[in-house]
Design a protein. Structure first.
Length: 78
């Protein structure tokens, strides 16, 4: 999991597995309902995106569309 996404997931209240023998790695424990946490997670991501560029901009400083800028920031690749 991307470091920034993990930090936001922790801030939102998701329970994350550590290096447990049966489930190594830092993955979300999906055995619980996360309605409130998922909403908070989405707001945290939106807040992070809003910090990247002024609201009047439709493209990043390098001319790329904002969608590409956001995907790179969060380490999301197609």
């Amino acid at each position: 999991m991307n470091k920034q996404i993990r930090q936001l997931a922790e801030q939102a209240g998701f329970a994350l597995w550590g290096e447990e023998q049966w489930n190594p790695g830092d993955v979300v424990d999906w055995s619980a309902r996360y309605d409130r946490e998922l909403e908070k997670f989405a707001k945290l991501i939106a807040g992070e995106c809003a910090k990247l560029l002024p609201p009047e901009m439709t493209h990043g400083p390098d001319g790329r569309p904002l969608e590409q800028v956001f995907k790179q920031h969060f380490g999301v690749e197609e």
